[in-house]
Design a protein around this ligand. Structure first.
Ligand code: ASP
Length: 319
């Protein structure tokens, strides 16, 4: 790493994205969406903003984009509504905020950040999270605000085929969680993750995304990680903290730690998905054991890159 370069990395979910299933237009709009998210984070970092604000802004952009399974465009739960989860963590002081089962706030990531900043707690759930959002005057949206045709069709197919919630009919678009990790000019790390969870989820199921140490983790002593994939496995293997701990206590590089967890431990367990991560020395990893992962990154002074499959990197000129 050259001095204190800033870096922003985003993901828009991992899964069985076989080439040919998406039209070239869809692929292009995904690349564009990822690029715009990177730009949002980059803008904050270039103005000497902090990593946590950059991660939040990048995730807000992805929550706004209906293609991704977060914010508008989130999957439907079993009853046909949306319940959103999000978490954000500051690697400087290990402060963290998380929410689960959010139904009426446009940007769950901003609610998670408000939990970090304005409450003495780390994680608020369902009605309590909504009540907290009311108390801090965060505007409300209808739950239908999050619905799109694509997600409704996925849900209807899921209900018709009666497939188990972990194996939804539309496997090809199973994951779509979004996340961002950043390192700022002061060398501080942050991670943020936001999701609608999985299609047809029931019983207030909570995935890994809002659980600190599982889908989201940041510590200036090691790295920042945001995950996407089959949440139950990511919880059992405490994926994000697992990577950080291998670095901090096991002396691994970020590359070694990510590969050990994503390509070895998770593969052996059958847990599909991936992570984006930045180390405290500016190493960068985007690793997945699925066919694809929507992803994008920018290192200060270099081109922004976006990709969907194993090798389809698109380079974007940006100043
Ligand atoms: N990890 C998320 C969950 O299990 C899903 C995803 O990454 O798409 O809720």
């Amino acid at each position: 790493m050259k001095g204190n370069d800033f870096i922003i990395v985003v993901h828009g979910g991992a899964g069985a994205m076989k080439k040919g299933l998406l039209t070239p237009e869809q692929e292009q709009s995904i690349h564009q969406g990822l690029f715009e998210a990177v730009e949002q984070g980059k803008k904050v970092l270039a103005q000497q903003g902090c990593a946590i604000d950059a991660a939040e802004h990048a995730v807000i952009e992805l929550e706004n984009n209906p293609w991704f399974n977060a914010g508008r465009g989130s999957v439907f739960d079993y009853e046909g509504k949306h319940q959103l989860d999000a978490a954000i963590m500051d690697g400087q002081d290990l402060n963290a905020g998380a929410v689960s089962g959010v139904q009426f706030r446009e940007h769950p990531i901003s609610l998670a950040k408000a939990v970090l900043e304005k409450s003495e707690h780390v994680m608020l759930a369902s009605e309590g999270a909504e009540q907290f959002a009311d108390d801090i005057n965060m505007p409300k949206v209808n739950n239908g605000f999050f619905s799109t045709e694509l997600r409704k069709n996925q849900w209807q197919r899921f209900i018709e085929t009666g497939e188990d919630s972990l194996e939804p009919a539309e496997k090809d678009f199973k994951f779509g969680t979004v996340g961002a990790v950043a390192i700022d000019l002061n060398g501080n790390l942050a991670a943020a993750t936001s999701t609608g969870g999985i299609t047809g989820k029931r019983y207030s199921r909570v995935g890994d995304s809002p659980i600190i140490g599982c889908g989201t983790y940041a510590n200036n002593k090691s790295c920042a990680v945001s995950a996407t994939g089959h949440g139950e496995f990511f919880i059992r293997h405490t994926v994000a903290y697992n990577i950080a701990a291998r670095m901090q206590f096991g002396g691994m590089t970020l590359n070694q730690a990510v590969n050990a967890v994503v390509m070895d431990e998770l593969v052996q367990a059958g847990g599909e998905g991936g992570v984006i991560a930045i180390s405290n020395t500016g190493e960068l990893e985007l690793q997945f054991n699925s066919e694809g992962m929507y992803r994008g990154w920018h290192r200060q002074g270099e081109e922004t890159v976006t990709a969907i499959y194993k090798s389809d990197e698109q380079r974007h000129k940006s100043d």
